[in-house]
Design a binder for this molecule. Structure first.
Ligand code: SAH
Ligand code: MG
Length: 209
């Protein structure tokens, strides 16, 4: 962390999410890779700015980001897709605990097997599942995004390792895959995309009208 980051971390930027603290602690204890504080504030503000009504999230885990999105914007409906049974059970319990279960629908499926109903239109899609599969998720769900809608993809810098030569072969395979996604998404001419160094690196892609 450089000095400015330390200073920012001392400000109450994340105060809005204090209600999520127990979930954050749970995720830390069990090494569940939930969204970074500033990343959550970013998607919350994008959701408010765009007055999103219908959000699709790929990768629920324990429901942390979905609850954060539901709490930030009371008029939003969220569909969130998770393939892991343990995570599904935890997420459902948390949606009840945090009183958002009426607005957050959990799809218990592998996202690569999930097809939204034909007339579904999302305002915002948040891709945060298997890091090597982001392009497949982008291609699969982009047709359900309204013109002017937004796709945010998380973990595009992967702990600062993307763009470097990581010593481990496995990590290198993953960072190469992420680099391929970054090139892919920046090259989609039907989207206006920027990659931001927020949290673990996030792209913001606006679908052209
Ligand atoms: N969005 C959450 C974190 C998600 S972690 C948050 O910030 O709070 C990534 C999750 O994606 C894991 O729980 C993993 O099981 C799930 N996942 C990975 N690949 C998936 C797939 N193909 N379909 C559905 N879920 C997937
Ligand atoms: Mg993530």
């Amino acid at each position: 962390m450089n000095q400015s980051n330390t200073y920012l971390a001392s400000l109450p930027c994340h105060a809005q999410n204090t209600v999520l603290k127990p979930l954050k602690a749970y995720a830390k204890e069990h090494r569940i890779p939930i969204i970074a504080d500033e990343g959550l504030r970013f998607i919350q503000q994008i959701s408010k700015l765009t007055e999103a009504k219908n959000i699709l999230e790929i990768g629920t885990a324990i429901g942390y980001s979905a609850i954060g999105l539901a709490k930030a914007n009371e008029s939003v409906q969220i569909t969130t897709v998770e393939r892991d049974e343990n995570m599904q059970a935890l997420a459902l319990q948390h949606f009840i605990d945090y009183d958002v279960f009426e607005r957050v629908k959990l799809v218990k499926k592998d996202a690569l097997m999930y097809t939204p109903e034909g007339n579904t239109v999302y305002d915002l899609i948040f891709i945060d599942a298997a890091k090597a599969q982001s392009q497949r998720f982008f291609e699969r769900f982009e047709p359900y995004l309204r013109p002017g809608g937004i796709i945010i993809t998380d973990n595009l810098l992967f702990h600062g390792l993307v763009g470097t030569e990581p010593p481990s072969k496995n990590v290198r395979a993953l960072t190469k895959k992420i680099e391929q996604f970054n090139a892919y998404v920046l090259n989609r001419k039907d989207f206006d995309t920027m990659i931001y160094p927020i949290g673990d690196g996030m792209s913001l892609s606006i679908k052209k009208r």
